[in-house]
Write a protein that binds this ligand. Sequence first.
Ligand code: PLP
Length: 384
Amino acid sequence: MTHGKGAYVWDQDGHRYLDLVGELTAGLYGHSHPAIRAAILATFDGVGLSLGATTAQEHRYAALLCERFHLERVRMANTGTEANLHALAGARRFTGRRKVVVFAGGYHGAVLSFGEGRAADNNVDRGEFVVVPRYNDTDAAREVIASVGGELAAVLIEPMQGAGGCICGRPDFLLAVQQAAHEVGGLFILDEVMTSRLAPGGLGAEMGLKPDLVTLGKYLGGGFSFGAFGGREEVMAVYDPRVKGALAHSGTFNNNSMTMHVGCRALEEVFTPEVVREFNGKGDGVREKLAEVTRGTRLSFTGRGSLMGLHFTEDGMEDVESGTDVWGKERVDLRDLFWFEMLEEGFWITRRGMIALILGTPDEELDRFVGAVEKFLDRHGEIM
Ligand code: PLP
């Protein structure tokens, strides 16, 4: 790609595509939102890039994040991965325990990835992670958490598995996991890096969850690199520099001026709670139309609000509650065919099938996408 504008990107040969990648959910505001542009220029001209200090603006953004996402304290980082690593370190220090329960198909950053074929080597000590084999499986989760028992520092979970295929957690399942973690004295950490955009207070709040810690990232940087972790004050106190022996939370760009100003203004002025509801309602509408045109075929769209995952399987994917259920069963050949043909139709989606809508994408363009999906299924009727 060479450049983007609004909800479109252009490739090296000059073709224009509707951007349905949306920078893997971080590009929510699109490529040239006027409010973002104004905030960037105002920061550059009036503030500077990074002041090497705690600033009033950081304070203001922290207060807004706390209010929106029901946090008592929050700390800024550079990525969602970092936010999760800090949250885990905080949970370990607070509980004095080491083990962390995660879920197969979960993705919390490249070094905290538990997806298909990913449970091999990376930088985290795998021995300290205990993986529940199926997401949305309450009995399996309870069993694993109980077996870890008094060694459990935390459960780390997404309210919707994002990279794992946009598989929504059932509220009763998530509430049971939260309760099971608390019963053995562990913390419940909700990874909302991807899902905080789905409801005004994040998806967890919508489901009635009360996590001890929440991690954030993606679009909240207004297009710049961002991460944050926060939650209960007594847990966050393990990072309080006034306390001797507190955990370190250093990081050169943690509170850089651009991210603090632009992320904050975007959330204040653009992605207001009303817009959050309207935007995700629009996404639900698109998915309903997609469900109509894909009914009875091998293609299905999962997800919630403005985020979706497409899946080609032998029998379609109705009622699948865990991405692991389709591990090894996804028709990668059909998914690739779809990806290439959508490129020809002028749609830019991720090759593995994730779609993240951009604010302000015209309704006609989304309808055109639904039409292109329908045409694809017709064209390849005999193999669908
Ligand atoms: N957690 C979730 C749920 C994510 O989807 C991602 C990124 O896709 C991360 C954490 C990692 O965020 P980052 O890529 O900013 O490190």
